[in-house]
Design a protein around this ligand. Structure first.
Ligand code: ADP
Ligand code: MG
Length: 268
């Protein structure tokens, strides 16, 4: 390639924002000539490099925007530890057909059984498939709503929470939900109804949701919409966190209270 052509190509790549091709051009051009690749094969390699780099960038950006507390995958989930979970059902959920159909998913169970892990893993899967998930804990949301209400920004918050393809509300049930927040959540569920999926995790059974919300009628209206097109996974089993502590010999009897809650709280 003459100096002039090379410079023109570099300028063209920069104009077209083909950053990855710019990086690998020299190496791939050398490989192509050494391996006597056809023009099409060479072009194929260049395009693949650019596509892969863009996919990675998109995944990194969406992962950041998703606001996950940590990154965990389904592969890291030990199904044998939690036999009450039907692995096949979770794998089916991981195809994200429920997200495409605007259906909801509710994971119920006591602390430490893997609700947040599974919610994040499905969120990670959603990112890989090009969806925009958003993760927020209910206590976090309640705090935001208090502030929004004072600043008259509740409608903006509502619009923002209607946008993600999958909204993950973690830890429903640890804090009581006041009238204002209950109304907001009802509206949110109603607005996303049959359009945008919601994934909720909770340590409370549906029967106890009336206690979480200050308003029993509102709670049942919310549940009515939430559960109409939905899947519930009821996890019954031991806390994975406690198992790790038990293995480390922090305590002996399953009924023992933890002497030290450790860096991670025992909240679900
Ligand atoms: P929950 O939200 O139900 O309270 P978490 O999902 O936060 O529980 O799980 C607590 C910790 O234990 C996390 O670090 C999680 O990754 C891990 N964990 C829970 N269940 C499993 C499991 N079956 N296999 C592997 N790790 C697990
Ligand atoms: Mg949790």
């Amino acid at each position: 390639m003459s100096e002039l052509v090379y410079e023109r190509v570099q300028r063209g790549l920069s104009d077209l924002k083909l950053a990855r091709v710019t990086e690998v051009l020299d190496q791939l051009a050398e490989d192509a000539s050494r391996q006597q690749q056809t023009y099409l094969e060479f072009l194929d390699h260049l395009l693949s490099e650019e596509q892969a780099a863009r996919h990675q960038r998109r995944v990194a950006m969406k992962t950041k925007l998703a606001h996950f507390p940590y990154t965990k995958t389904l592969e890291q989930f030990d199904f044998s530890f939690q036999p009450s979970i039907d692995e096949r059902r979770v794998r089916e959920l991981a195809t994200l057909r429920f997200v495409a159909n605007g259906e909801n998913l509710i994971l119920l169970g006591p602390p430490g059984v893997g609700k947040t892990h599974l919610a994040v893993a499905l969120g990670v899967q959603a990112v890989a498939q090009g969806c925009n998930p958003y993760f927020i804990t209910v206590p976090e949301l309640l705090e935001l709503l208090e502030r929004d209400a004072k600043e008259g920004r509740l409608q903006q918050r509502m619009r923002a929470l209607c946008k993600p393809g999958l909204l993950i509300l973690d830890e429903m049930g640890y804090l009581p939900i006041n009238q204002m927040a209950a109304h907001f959540l009802f509206q949110l569920v109603a607005r996303r109804y049959e359009k945008g999926s919601i994934l909720i995790t909770s340590n409370k059974s549906y029967g106890q949701w009336g206690e979480i919300f200050a308003d029993n009628v509102l709670a049942s209206a919310l549940l009515d919409r939430l559960l109409h097109h939905s899947t519930t996974i009821n996890i019954r089993g031991q806390s994975y966190r406690l198992r790790e502590k038990r293995k480390a010999g922090v305590f002996q009897e399953p009924g023992d209270l933890l002497p030290d809650p450790g860096p991670e709280s025992e909240r679900g």
